[in-house]
Design a protein around this ligand. Structure first.
Ligand code: PLP
Ligand code: COI
Length: 370
């Protein structure tokens, strides 16, 4: 492979090995014209190794390829794995940017600590992402609302069957050209409230972004899909009463007095970066915003009385997605008109305008690349 450097400021030396046979431009143009979510991957990946006693080493950007793994690698048995989800956006002026990558770096460190894994320094995390975007810059989708979805992840690679934190890890970043998360750009999603399964318990890993949380949510999600719903609402594990979040998104509720409510962080909910950004934007607009518990019965009663007028889900992949209908084992209720609400649309537009460099960025959330 040819070795060269990239024109991105570096804090750590990455060896760059360009793909010897990247996807040709005609094929790439076809792939990025309608990528969907999470199926179209770029040519390269960033990879860094960690060894106890040595620290982080052998950073490189190289051709995206399968990773050889010993069948006794700890991750395959005890699921010591964490990940992040972030996007690189094309700006209106043609540039490229990341959105609040420092928050992803911090959450990755927090997740690492919870899973007894080494913490990757923020500069190294952000640098790995920047270098991957730089080398795969031709992969931005040509569809409206498209972006490069970046997936940094780390897993235990020590070959050992004893139960203990691994002494070796692989950190990798891959990139995927993406459009909308929901098929057909769903105007509003339908939710199934799971009574059979919970996602996270106090003292558990609910606020860490670890693969195990998602594995635990799949049976509930499969149940919802088999009944024709889009996503699962998880309730708290102790009382099965308080609305927590969806399998991959946080929730917001909008009331007829224009106020907003979102469930509080407290160990069982993922601290979403989109959630935090929307809280900031809403408070700046002078809206009343509460981070308070909200019961499933109250949600239903408020939707039926008209006090609750909108509900939306938010996350990096889903951006801001209106909720149209909610179903409990005991029955269904519709949110507002069942379609996108006004405040939902306005907040989404404000967020997307900042991410795309259309609106001013008073909080310095946008990190321009190259
Ligand atoms: N909740 C869960 C369980 C998630 O997987 C995600 C997605 O990352 C979110 C919430 C939203 O987080 P963010 O806005 O940082 O993408
Ligand atoms: C994200 O929004 O980045 C996530 O990780 C959620 C997942 C459902 C794709």
């Amino acid at each position: 492979m040819a070795t060269d450097t990239l024109d991105v400021p570096a804090t750590t030396e990455f060896v760059v090995e360009r793909h010897p046979a990247p996807v040709d431009s005609a094929k790439r143009a076809e792939l990025i014209s309608n990528p969907g979510f999470g199926r179209v991957f770029t040519d390269h990946m960033a990879i860094i190794r960690y060894t106890e006693g040595q620290g982080w080493h052998d950073a490189k950007v190289t051709a995206r390829a399968p990773i050889p793994l010993d069948p006794a690698a700890a991750v395959l048995h005890y699921a010591q794995e964490i990940f992040e989800g972030m996007k690189a956006y094309r700006l209106e002026d043609g540039g490229m940017a990341l959105f609040r990558p420092d928050m992803n770096a911090k959450r990755f460190r927090d997740s690492a600590r919870r899973l007894a894994m080494p913490e990757i320094p923020q500069d190294l995390f952000i640098d790995s992402v920047r270098k991957l975007v730089a080398i795969d810059r031709d992969w931005f989708p040509s569809v409206e609302g498209g972006s490069l979805y970046l997936r940094p992840f780390m897993f235990a690679s020590e070959v050992f069957l004893g139960v203990k934190p691994s002494s070796e890890y692989l950190y990798i970043v891959i990139a995927s050209a993406v459009g909308g998360y929901f098929k057909g750009g769903a105007p509003a999603v339908s939710l199934w409230v799971s009574q059979d399964y919970t996602r996270a318990a106090p003292g558990g890993t609910g606020d860490a972004k670890c693969g195990g949380n998602y594995a635990a949510s799949l049976a509930a999600q499969a149940q919802a899909i088999s009944m024709g719903f889009d996503q699962v609402v998880f309730l708290d594990a102790a009382e099965r009463r308080w609305v927590e979040e969806l399998g991959g998104m946080n929730l917001f509720f909008v009331f007829d007095d224009g106020s907003l409510l979102t469930p509080p962080l407290g160990g069982t909910i993922l601290p979403g970066i989109t959630r935090d950004s929307l809280l900031t934007l809403a408070r700046e607009e002078g809206l009343s915003v509460r981070e308070e518990r909200y019961g499933i019965d109250q949600w239903e009663a408020d939707a039926k009385s008209g006090r609750l007028v909108e509900t939306f889900a938010c996350g990096t992949a889903a951006v801001v997605t209106p909720v149209g209908k909610v179903t409990n084992p005991s029955g269904s209720f519709t949110i507002g008109s069942g379609g996108p609400g006004q405040l939902t649309q306005r907040l989404k537009q404000r967020l997307v305008d900042i991410q795309r460099g259309v609106a001013a960025d008073p909080h310095d959330w946008v990190m321009r690349l190259g």
